[in-house]
Ligand binder design. Structure first.
Ligand SMILES: Nc1ncnc2c1ncn2[C@@H]1O[C@H](COP(=O)(O)OP(=O)(O)OP(=O)(O)O)[C@@H](O)[C@H]1O
Ligand SMILES: [Mg+2]
Length: 249
């Protein structure tokens, strides 16, 4: 565990209901500066919905989400635009823009939020693509590459502004074991060398083992377990034991 105290991300009694279904039920947790929090839990339990609240893509019905000192419900457009350059988001489904090349997809946040010239943008995009083990892909279209490659393009895009906070929604999904492990090490390396704060959603213990400072398990919209990675993997908690028995890699 990292010895940090300042909460950079705070969920305060966040409740979210879709129709008659309550997805988040007074969910509260903090993530300290420099900490990597892993969220695990059954499918459909609100993990992705939680992350969407953290970047202001969804608003709570009640409760508050505070990121880097900003209440995400009342943040001004100007502050939100600035915050977005400090926050990277790897979407579960990739969320690449289909009619743009791979390189243009990764370059998009730089073109929208910085005044770098084309040479600078090109160099930065190539560097991030290399970091995720992709070469000579700039001109390819998202529909012409594999799902695992699309995931890595999404990761390169999440990293392109050198964010201080990164949200990873299932960074390993669709990757072969070797690339999956290298992505885990990349997440850890970014935390260790740059002090990046992150939330990682995963179903894989191999990811927990490498990246986590802390693990929470979500179920029915609230936290049922909040523990260290070692304790989680040891499955001392009965619900964790049952969950890992069902889903562990
Ligand atoms: N925009 C939305 N409108 C209505 N329902 C939604 C919306 N987004 C999510 N949901 C519902 O909220 C629930 C939680 O979804 P979420 O995507 O957070 O699950 P998850 O824990 O990420 O699951 P998985 O492990 O399968 O990715 C699901 O029942 C989903 O159908
Ligand atoms: Mg999800």
């Amino acid at each position: 565990m990292k010895e940090t105290t300042e909460p950079l991300i705070r969920f305060e009694k966040v409740t979210k209901t879709f129709g008659s279904k309550r997805i988040l039920n007074e969910l509260s947790f903090d993530v300290s500066k420099g900490e990597t929090l892993v969220i695990m839990g059954p499918s459909g339990t609100g993990k992705s919905v939680t992350l969407r609240h953290a970047i202001g893509l969804m608003q709570p019905d009640s409760g508050r989400v505070v990121v880097a000192g900003h209440d995400m419900s009342t943040i001004s457009r100007k502050d939100l635009a600035e915050l977005r350059t400090k926050v990277g988001y790897l979407f579960q489904e990739g969320a690449l823009i289909n009619w743009m090349s791979v390189g243009d997809n990764v370059a998009l946040p730089l073109r929208e939020n910085t005044d770098f010239d084309e040479d600078e943008i090109r160099a930065r995009v190539e560097q991030k693509l290399e970091l995720v083990h992709l070469k000579d892909v700039w001109e390819r279209m998202p529909s012409d590459i594999s799902g695992g490659m699309r995931k890595r393009v999404g990761l390169a895009r999440a990293l392109i502004t050198d964010p201080e906070i990164i949200f990873y929604d299932e960074p390993n999904a669709g990757l072969d074991p070797e690339i999956s492990m290298s992505v885990n090490h990349l997440i850890r390396e970014l935390a260790d060398s740059l002090g990046i704060t992150s939330i990682v959603i995963t179903h894989l213990l191999s990811c927990v083992r490498v990246v986590a400072d802390r693990v929470i398990m979500l179920e029915a919209g609230d936290i049922v377990v909040d523990t260290t990675p070692a304790e989680f993997i040891a499955a001392n908690h009965p619900r964790v034991k049952q969950f890992l028995g069902e889903f562990a890699d």
